[in-house]
Design a protein around this ligand. Structure first.
Ligand code: FE2
Length: 343
């Protein structure tokens, strides 16, 4: 559905107000050739209405010749900010960066955050933003869950489809995503509503089964038949199944990087306004699949980098897979039962 400029402006005002943006703050809006113009206009108007000084930067795209996919999350590492001293100076001098382009998992993003600048990413189309405007309840739900995840030393995940895996925890911090940048140096993504951490290096053991109907990202498809991933010592060592497994293997091999097979972030979805079915209603070009990552009760696992939390793995390969119907337990206590979050 089309979104009115008024509704999108009000949504941005809510997000920026809950994020603490106020009079006199410096805001840099990062845009690229694929940024949504209505979103950019609304973000700028909202920041101005709250009294901020706004600078908009238009950056050139990168990595097109390296990536097999059009999805902006499919190839990580260098970004349009890499080596761009002028744009970096603007971001480092800002209180807020509104990222309408997608800087995820880059050293430049870490440098900007370390300077105390807040970064809010928003690249889904306006109607998805509007359906999932972050609110205080989203923040509390994710924060509450993060206390339990931070204290846990083991996560186990099982499903009727055959997933049975154990992750040792404690080496890496917990990341919360609820769509608000309510403290200095915080990064977040609107829309979201989930949390995750990384397993200890080398300490993931078991089997992950991607069942038919589970969503593959960045492929942005529903798997037609099951894929079984065998995980040993923190790495996927076997990918078994039919056509889907073949496609998965071929895509992974294209990066020619053994580190792409490492277990990356693991966590679960807590956003009741996100839907598993939404992806079936969109062209793949229209979304990056945040509904799939956030829908309540999914177990989201990832393969690839851990540089975002201080690890040394900076592989460009990045796979996200939200699984349905899992029971996720922390130190033996379930937080999700058969794909439904424990209240
Ligand atoms: Fe991911």
């Amino acid at each position: 559905m089309p979104v009115s400029n008024h509704d999108l402006l009000e949504a941005w005002k809510q997000v920026l107000t809950l994020s603490g943006l106020g009079a006199g703050h410096a805001v840099t809006v990062l845009t690229g050739s694929h940024s949504n113009e209505q979103t950019a206009s609304a973000a700028i108007a909202a920041a101005r209405a709250l009294g901020a000084r706004v600078t908009r930067i238009l950056l050139e795209p990168v990595n097109a010749e390296k990536s097999l996919s059009r999805d902006p999350l499919a190839y990580l590492g260098s970004t349009p900010l890499t080596g761009n001293k002028v744009a970096m100076a603007a971001c480092l001098a800002s209180d807020f960066v509104i990222d309408l382009m997608l800087l995820l998992f880059s050293p430049e993003q870490q440098e900007i955050l370390a300077a105390g600048t807040r970064i809010l990413l928003a690249v889904e189309p306006p109607e998805i933003l509007l359906r999932m405007v972050p609110n205080e309840a989203d923040r509390l739900r994710v924060k509450d869950a993060s206390v339990r995840l931070q204290a846990a030393r083991e996560m186990t995940v099982r499903s009727a489809a055959g997933t049975d895996i154990r992750f040792a925890l404690g080496q890496y911090p917990v990341i919360t995503e609820y769509g608000l940048v309510d403290e200095p140096g915080r990064w977040d993504h609107w829309p979201s509503g989930f949390l995750f951490t990384w397993p200890n290096e080398g300490q993931s053991e078991g089997t992950l089964v991607i069942d038919s109907g589970d969503i593959l990202l960045p492929a942005k498809r529903y798997a037609a038949d099951p894929i079984s991933l065998t995980v040993r010592g923190g790495y996927v060592v076997a990918i078994d199944g039919g056509l889907e497994a073949e496609l998965f293997r071929e895509y992974m091999e294209s990066f020619e990087d053994p580190e792409g097979y490492a277990m990356s972030h693991i966590g679960w979805g807590l956003q009741p306004r996100a839907r598993w079915a939404t992806l079936s209603l969109y062209d793949r070009e229209q979304t990056i699949g945040m509904d799939a990552r956030a829908y309540a009760g999914n177990f989201l696992f990832s393969l690839g980098p851990n540089g975002e939390v201080g690890g040394t793995r900076h592989t460009p390969c990045h796979i996200d897979v939200p699984l349905r119907g899992c029971t996720v337990s922390l130190d033996g206590e379930p937080v999700v039962v058969n794909g439904v979050p424990v209240p």
